[in-house]
Design a protein. Structure first.
Length: 147
C-alpha cells in the first residue's frame, strides 16, 4: 500500500465564510472537543488545484457552494502538525501547508453540517470569531477579511 493510500497529504485549505454584515461562520469539530474553526480540509492526493479542494470542502462541511465565488487570498501558511493529528500523516511529515481562501455572502446562510466532522456552528461577529477559533492561522485569516 502506498503512502498516498495510508496517510493524509500535508497540504490543506482554509476557507473563511463571512457575511457582509460582519459575521463569520465558525464550526465546532467533534474531535478534539471544543476545537472551533472555519472550513478546513486536506487536498486529496489526486487533486492539483487548491481552489477545487476549497470548493469541495466548503460543500462537504457546510452544504454551501453553488454559485458562490471563492476568493484566493494568495497566502499559504506553514505550521507544525499538532499532536492530535500526527498519526494521520507519514512519520517523516512534520509540517502542513495551508492555502487560505474566503467566501463573502450578502447575508448569513444556514449551514448543513457533516455530523461526522462537526457538532455545531455559529455566526459570530468578526472579533468574537477570531477569539473563538483555535488555530492562529484561522485567527489571522479572519482578522484579514475586508471590512
Amino acid at each position: 500500500m502506498s503512502t498516498q493510500n495510508r496517510h493524509k497529504r500535508p497540504e490543506s485549505v482554509l476557507v473563511v465564510v463571512y457575511a457582509l454584515t460582519g459575521e463569520v461562520l465558525v464550526l465546532r469539530r467533534r474531535h478534539p472537543a471544543d476545537f472551533w474553526q472555519s472550513v478546513t480540509g486536506s487536498l486529496r492526493w489526486e487533486e492539483t488545484d487548491p481552489l477545487e479542494a476549497a470548493r469541495r470542502e466548503l460543500f462537504e462541511e457546510t452544504g454551501l457552494g453553488e454559485g458562490l465565488e471563492i476568493i484566493d487570498c494568495n497566502k499559504v501558511n506553514r505550521f507544525p502538525i499538532l499532536p492530535p493529528w500526527r498519526h494521520r500523516y507519514a512519520p517523516d511529515v512534520m509540517e502542513n501547508s495551508e492555502h487560505v481562501f474566503r467566501v463573502g455572502l450578502a447575508e448569513r446562510r444556514p449551514a448543513v453540517l457533516n455530523p461526522n466532522e462537526h457538532s455545531a456552528c455559529e455566526w459570530l461577529p468578526r472579533s468574537i470569531a477570531a477569539d473563538r477559533v483555535t488555530s492562529w492561522t484561522n485567527r489571522d485569516a479572519i482578522l484579514a477579511l475586508p471590512p
